[in-house]
Design a protein around this ligand. Structure first.
Ligand code: ADP
Ligand code: MG
Length: 697
């Protein structure tokens, strides 16, 4: 491997490449767009396109693609080659400013939730110059936003970019009120920690459920699970280590600052965290990271599972979305400093977040909802489906002081003595951590922990950006009118603490007591994806998205439809896969097993010897009754599925039926099959078991 500093960003058309290759004036003009958010001059694009093409061709690229993020949650690309024929029968390599700025993929097969009639196939992609172009598989990839002929967002990037502008506008306004004269832009920053599973490809290939749905639909608990917690931070196995090394290198080439990697709690589970970046770039990078994780695994005979719950009974995977706000004069607006009780600016930004999360908990909840995540949220491993904020000792204490009339001190962490003379005393953080909170303050940022491992982080972040922008705007409106600025600041902080402290909870989020307590506090507990989707069309949510220009009412309705349809399709595929496996693999295997047992009983009896065959006959009878139960559950699932499939008209009703009828029947069928797995001969079981998959690397 060449030096890390040499390979880092080597496939990215980043700032240093631009500075080197663009004429000074062009570079300056582009920087203006990037730094001040000014519109881009088409003449500039022409020059940039040419420089990009030359650079890409030198790097071996033959094609270019507008790379975008449709509502499927994964990225899309359509490749065009640079070649252009000349009259004398040769080709030249061309790439114009027009081709850089605008693409026109046929959009008719991407989900639009009714935004487009199927005959209106046109969609447009527009260059997002705030996220650098890069080279992947010999193609120059240009990050783009994707919209319909009428300009409605058909993707995850557009609302994210809009929300960043909305937040910047309000946050700069607030900073100005605090006397800041240097900040002209505030960006939100994100560091997403990504969890994933790795299994052997040979095992994967034998499981139709993993192939079709990304998760196991059957599988009895292995004798060993994660109870010893011996996998967490454990030393990394050689095969996995080789994989992680190659992954790191490929990510670094794309300028993705993969930093931390370790084994997670569940066997075969791992985590990767990059260094944070602006929300837009972090989102693009996370999409690329997921893509490369899967691609590179295959080179090692492995498969990377990004599903939120590939295996029942052990932890699932999530994404911790570390989020903060940074001004372009170098401040982290959520950095409390050493004496946060005196830091009014910090306290106001903090209160804006608290109020936002309390008032729009349902919107945040739906931003992390998908069928896979339903297996985690509210189950005993991931944060509960109830949204609350963990602030820790220091900030909680300050807010309590404020409520009582004024804060005069900030608790400090001090030094920790380990009790061994040769070990140095360690400075202690002012607050311990809490792993059970869905929205935790972790020193100088918030960690939103509900997001699912397979999801794009765009929705979580455009939601956060928008609702915080709204609260900051309300605060600015008051402060601009106030006669006494300091007094009004104190009043605002006091009121928010008093009215929204119900959202703050520092205890164990996994406990039953919390569920009861949260209900008393009036906090929503939205257990399923289907129910959470309603938030997308709730009036207050439509209003806030519309007001900040992030998503129009029409766009919100389309997302409501798309989310419900996605749920329906996912469960439909899972149910069909289950039926196929149960009918064509499990049932035949069980029947063979009973046939062999019966034959063995017969042949023993035929010897005429007085032999005790109670074991064989008991087993035969138990397995046969379970087989009958399995057949019954298959029929019940088939009935529920046909009913759900036949429902037309109201998408919500149909999704509801998939969740509360089909999905329930799937659980019942699985229970019987898993019982059978523990009783029949291991050799006849038709696919690899949990033990095989989780412990064989
Ligand atoms: P842990 O698992 O201990 O929470 P990690 O180091 O795995 O911590 O991940 C923390 C993530 O938070 C990293 O991606 C880091 O870059 C990110 N982060 C740190 N500071 C900020 C910030 N100001 N804004 C956004 N993300 C941040
Ligand atoms: Mg971590």
């Amino acid at each position: 491997m060449s030096k890390l500093s040499e390979i880092f960003g080597s496939n990215v058309f980043n700032d240093s490449v631009m500075r080197e290759r663009l004429p000074k004036a062009t570079y300056k003009a582009l920087r203006k767009t990037l730094d001040a958010g000014l519109p881009l001059d088409p003449a500039v694009a022409e020059v940039v396109a040419n420089a990009m093409k030359d650079w890409a061709i030198e790097k071996g690229a033959t094609h270019f693609t507008h790379w975008f993020q449709p509502m499927t949650g994964i990225t899309a690309e359509k490749h065009d080659s640079f070649i252009n024929p000349t009259p004398d029968g040769r080709v030249i390599m061309e790439f114009s400013g027009k081709e850089l700025i605008k693409g026109e993929p046929d959009a008719s097969s991407f989900p639009s939730g009714g935004l487009r009639a199927t005959f209106e196939a046109r969609g447009y992609t527009a260059w997002d110059c705030t996220s650098p172009a890069f080279i992947k598989d010999n193609s120059l990839c240009i990050p783009t936003a994707f919209c319909s002929y009428t300009g409605e967002a058909l993707d995850k990037k557009t609302p994210l970019l809009r929300s960043m502008e909305a937040l910047s506008k309000q946050a700069v306004r607030l900073l100005k009120l605090f006397g800041n004269t240097t900040a002209t832009q505030v960006t939100t920053t994100v560091g997403p920690e990504q969890e994933y599973f790795i299994i052997d490809k040979k095992m994967y290939d034998l499981r139709k459920d993993l192939i079709f749905t990304g998760r196991t639909l059957f599988g009895a608990k292995p004798p060993k699970g994660q109870e010893l917690e011996d996998h967490y931070f454990g030393s990394i196995k050689e095969r996995i280590s080789a994989y992680m090394k190659e992954l790191d290198e490929e990510l670094w080439k794309l300028g993705i600052s993969a930093k931390t990697k370790h084994n997670e709690v569940a066997p075969a589970q791992h985590e990767l965290a990059p260094i944070f970046a602006t929300t837009n770039i972090a989102t693009d990078h996370n999409q690329l990271t997921m893509e490369l994780m899967q691609k590179i695994a295959l080179r090692h005979g492995l498969v990377c599972l990004l599903h939120e719950k590939p295996f029942a009974g052990v932890n699932g995977s999530g994404k911790h979305n570390n989020w903060s706000m940074a001004s372009n004069d170098g401040q982290n607006l959520l950095d409390p400093g050493n004496t946060p009780h005196e830091n009014q600016q910090f306290l106001v930004f903090l209160c804006a977040v608290i109020k936002a999360v309390d008032e729009y908990a349902d919107l945040l909840r739906v931003s992390a909802a998908n069928p896979g995540n339903d297996h985690r949220l509210g189950a005993n491993e991931a944060p509960p489906a109830i949204i609350s904020i963990f602030l820790g000792d220091q900030l909680t204490d300050i807010l309590e002081q404020i409520e009582k009339g004024g804060a005069t001190s900030s608790k400090q962490g001090g030094l920790m003595n380990i009790g061994v003379t040769t070990l140095p005393p360690l400075p202690k953080d002012s607050t311990d951590r809490n792993r059970t909170s869905p929205f935790a303050f972790t020193g100088n940022k918030f960690e939103f922990r509900m997001v699912g491992s397979s999801q794009s982080i765009a929705a979580a972040n455009f939601t956060l950006n928008t609702i915080v922008a709204e609260e900051i705007e309300q605060i600015c409106d008051r402060l601009e009118k106030a006669a006494d600025f300091d007094a009004e600041v104190e009043k605002i902080i006091f009121e928010i603490v008093k009215n929204h402290k119900r959202i703050i909870f520092n205890g164990n989020g996994y406990s039953d007591e919390w569920v009861a307590e949260a209900e008393k506090r009036g906090l929503p507990n939205i257990r399923t994806t289907v129910e959470s989707i309603k938030a997308l069309v709730a009036e207050k949510n439509l209003a806030v998205m519309e007001k900040h220009g992030v998503l129009s009412r029409v766009e919100m309705h389309s997302r409501y439809e798309i989310s419900l349809e996605h749920y329906i399709k996912t469960i439909n595929i899972e149910a069909l896969t289950m039926l196929e496996m149960a009918k064509r693999q499990i049932l035949p295997a069980v029947i063979n097993f009973t046939t062999d047992l019966a034959a063995s009983i017969n042949s023993i009896q035929a010897t005429g010897l007085e032999v005790d065959i109670s074991v064989q006959s008991e087993l035969l009878s138990e397995v046969s009754s379970l087989a009958a139960a399995l057949k019954k559950k298959i029929s019940e699932l088939e009935d529920s599925l046909s009913k759900a499939q036949a429902m037309h008209g109201d998408t919500y009703e149909q999704a509801y039926s998939y969740r509360f009828d089909v999905f329930e029947k799937m659980g019942e069928l699985r229970a019987v099959a898993d019982k059978l797995e523990t009783m029949v001969d291991a050799d006849v079981w038709p696919f690899p078991t949990y033990g095989d998959m989780l412990f064989n690397i």
